[in-house]
Design a protein around this ligand. Structure first.
Ligand code: GAL
Length: 476
């Protein structure tokens, strides 16, 4: 009988939350670590094979020594499967529609509407409670207590119902002494609270930034303050063997979380609170236009809860809002009251071609501006953020054209302005809002009469060489 073949050691990507070391995560931790997963050695009949295997083993050991990486046992390797939130989260959050006016009935009504309105079918699968769910005081044992008035059935019942409806459940806490609405925060109670959230059955934690009166001088620093909860979540996952809570940091962009939050969690707010009006949206797009590089799989710039359906947004503004958030790979959390939702709002929220870019399993990166338009490139301007954007997707090059003016305008660009398009080629043009194929583009593209504060979203696919005879000719 021939000897059983042994597979070579394989390099396996490992999430920061799954690192073998018992050390806590620190800001300098990298997102990916690699671990050599040693394969079993098998019996062999020949000395030659033994020699070969021992050579492989010593090579593996030298590699380990060289790289300083650690050998994990099977328990730790199992955690590889637990890496959470590769793609931006999609779901519902209570804050924009209800602020503190929440209770279990209101939230479960929204959850049921997400199903009946077809929103679950296009990917919205988290039901997230925001601030104001707790009693004002912890229990005598120091535990957080759910408001008896707002959640009379208790949190475990709540998450059971949410799960039975086919969703995952999210909860909110704060990295300071209090939440922004003065309910108890998790500062100095991080491990206890993470366990409480897990015991209640939650899958996702939004972690806010209020009520740390000595913010800048706490021993841990701002980054360290968010690391404590990251460690609590990591340790809890390791000891319980359960999937880690998704950790959504809400630090308002004040301490440049795009530089460090990827080491701790799966999304980070980049700006102050959103509002249901165009000025707030254009300002958020402006700020995020400078940090698009920070979003990729497992870590996303969070541009805040959607305002589609709220305030005084026009239909065009709401479409632009959804286009920018989705194509810039922000989490997509619905923030409107679905009991009174309009068909237009549903049409926007369920645009599956736009959602497909946000949830692209092959390309995790955001679109980025290739030209500002109204302003010279790199101008920081909350009213006139960039107009010309492009990025990659599994189905072609994504283009977003944003009219930041309050009147209709033509938006025109040369294909070679985008790093993902070339002269000398012909591209089919798919309009992701009209859901139509609009012929082909060669060398340049113009969108005519883009409405005030409107957006155009296109998918350009290479369909071959451009026809002969176009001037100037492309080099052969
Ligand atoms: C803010 C946060 C909002 C909401 C609110 C609750 O800090 O940015 O999204 O969570 O707190 O009080």
């Amino acid at each position: 009988m021939p000897p059983t073949a042994s597979s070579p050691p394989s390099l396996v990507p490992l999430a920061a939350s799954e690192k073998a070391s018992s050390d806590d995560l620190s800001p300098s931790d990298v997102d990916h670590a690699y671990v050599l997963q040693a394969s079993a050695l098998y019996r062999s009949r020949t000395r030659a094979l033994l020699l070969m295997l021992s050579l492989i083993a010593s090579l593996a050991l030298s590699l380990l020594a060289l790289s300083g990486l650690q050998l994990l046992d099977q328990t730790e390797v199992r955690a590889l499967d637990d890496r959470v939130a590769k793609l931006p989260a999609m779901g519902y959050n209570t804050w924009n529609a209800y602020h503190c006016d929440i209770n279990e009935t209101v939230i479960l009504t929204q959850a049921k509407l997400i199903k009946s309105l077809g929103l679950a079918d296009v990917g919205y699968n988290y039901i997230n409670i925001d601030d104001c769910w707790a009693e004002m005081n912890r229990s005598a044992h120091g535990d957080l207590v759910a408001s008896a008035e707002r959640f009379p059935s208790g949190m475990k019942n709540f998450t059971d119902t949410v799960h039975a409806l086919g969703f995952k459940a999210g909860i909110y806490s704060d990295s300071g002494w209090y939440t922004c609405q003065m309910y108890p925060g998790s500062f100095r109670n991080e491990a206890r609270d993470a366990k409480q959230f897990q015991d209640w059955g939650f899958d996702y934690l939004k972690y806010d930034n209020c009520a740390e009166p000595f913010d800048d001088i706490i021993r841990e620093g701002q980054v360290g303050k968010f690391a404590i909860m990251a460690n609590a979540i990591k340790n809890l996952a390791q000891t319980s063997g359960k999937t880690p809570l998704i950790y959504s940091l809400c630090q308002w962009g004040r301490e440049q979380p795009w530089l460090w939050a990827r080491n701790f969690g799966q999304s980070w707010r980049t700006t102050e609170d959103i509002g249901p009006h165009w000025d707030a949206l254009s300002s958020i797009i402006n700020q995020n236009s400078f940090i698009t590089w920070a979003s990729d799989f497992y870590g996303h710039n969070d541009m805040d809860i959607l305002e589609i359906g709220n305030g005084d947004l026009t239909f065009e503004e709401a479409k632009s809002h959804f286009t920018a958030w989705a194509l810039m790979k922000s989490p997509l959390l619905i923030g409107t009251d679905l009991t009174t939702v309009t068909n237009e709002t549903i049409e926007i929220l369920s645009n599956h071609e736009i959602i497909a870019i946000n949830q692209d399993p092959v390309f995790g990166t955001s679109i980025s501006p290739f030209r500002w338009g109204v302003n010279p490139d790199w101008t920081y301007n909350a009213t006139y953020p960039p107009s010309f954007w492009s990025g990659q997707s599994q189905n072609g090059t994504v283009i977003m054209l944003l009219n930041t003016l309050s009147k209709p305008t033509d938006l025109s660009f040369s294909l070679t302005e985008s790093p993902w398009l070339r002269a000398g080629r012909e591209y089919s043009v798919r309009d992701l809002w009209t859901h139509t194929n609009n012929g082909t583009a060669i060398r340049s593209f113009t969108a005519h009469a883009v409405p005030a504060h409107g957006a155009i979203a296109l998918l350009l696919k290479d369909v071959g060489d451009e026809p002969d005879g176009i001037y100037p000719p492309c080099s052969p």
